[in-house]
Design a protein around this ligand. Sequence first.
Ligand SMILES: [Zn+2]
Length: 203
Amino acid sequence: MNEIYARERLVFFCRMLYDRRITVSAGGNMSVRISDSEILITPSGVNKGLLEPEDLVKMNLKGEVLAGGKPSIEHRFHLALYNMNPGTRAVIHCHPLYCTALAVKGCGIRSNLTPEGVLLLGDVPEIPYFTPGSEELVRAVASCGGSPAMIMARHGALTQGRSLEEAYDRMEELEFQAHLQIICGDAEDLPPDEIAKLGAMRK
Ligand SMILES: [Zn+2]
């Protein structure tokens, strides 16, 4: 993806996440792949509603900063996902309120309440709590690195996608499903045969 366009798109999606309250203040970090070996990632400690294209940090997949300032403290799990998954073009990590509420309670996210949950998310693993920025957290994320979406205990949520739009849609859907789960309480999942049918339709 052209770097100038990628900078504008990543800032656009950061503002969408912020405007829709999927992330607040400087929380979370987002990145996009611009070539086989390079990404753009949000800088450390900047409010996601106030980011400008020139604020983004360019890195290679070895973890070297090529342009810009200090990358997000969580850049290593972004790099791990890009290195593991050549098809991943975008990674979004943030602290959406309802996802984080379930992550704090440790009750997991159910994604089989509605067809969209099955289609966009599939099963959502929950990784254990580790200190932000730690090597243990990178390893825990990598252990679920094949999943399009995951919950991070006592912390937040993480999605990846074949485009920025896909990673964004998965995060928005994940937060919707978390909110739905909290509202619906103990509602039953879709029937197993319907979940299997929808799973086979997943792109
Ligand atoms: Zn975080």
